[in-house]
Design a protein around this ligand. Sequence first.
Ligand code: SF4
Length: 279
Amino acid sequence: MQDKQTLTLSPSSINTLQSCLRKGQFEKVRGFRGSKSSAMEGGDLYHKLLESYYSGIISKRSDNITSSINDGRAHSISLNLDPKEVERCIKVFRDYCLFYANETWIPLAVEKPFTSEEPIHETENFLFYLEFRTDLLFQDRDSISACDHKSKGKKSYPNPLQNQYLATCYGLGINTLVENVLYTQETMDGSKLTHPDRFPRRIFTYTDEQLEEWRQDIVYLCDSYEKAFTTNFYPRNLTSCDKYGGCQFSSVCSALPEVRDYILSRDFKKSEGFDIFKK
Ligand code: SF4
């Protein structure tokens, strides 16, 4: 009997496959990608600054904020960001550090990778493993929690129903995750934001039953993927095409089937040696 193929499911892969199996095929299986938006690049820079900052706290680095900013500036060279945007990110980061200078969190690990030792599900052709990174694992008083940094350019509301958060709690065997929000603008709805408004921390707590329900969602998704693979038919979900500013593959899906491969090869980059289910 032929060995089963191993697939690692990241929160990003899960989001894509749940939104549209066809998109999952284009992006995750065949490896076609558009370019990142500058908003995503800004998010990358905030992550780098915070990664360096909390790593510096763990290693007891003396000039921590300055060193983190130096790391951020070095990282920004690889990003498609306007220099003014880089300086704006650094100013927000400085304000964040000042606001939380006396926080009680004890950082334990930064950008901690996780891969499940056992498959989260097994089908006829595949072994599905779970994989993610945790921005920050910290202790506060007696409990250990995960933290996800989110930079946001416009008003957002707490949303606990996110694959990233549920996957993190399920995988690490914890029940609490904190969304660490950095609003990147100084005003909202015509009013100046105070520091507590700019840097809210949203605590999401999941019961074991809620985490099990999420696991069952993933089992269903894996079975759907197995079916798409065995029939070589990855159904389109047309309700996802206009979400988040529009799907990058809308020009492909709206063209006649015989020219879709041509459009893919003409307009999209193809990753070489792409690990099909990793971010
Ligand atoms: S354009 Fe719509 S149907 Fe096509 S891949 Fe994107 S979300 Fe799916």
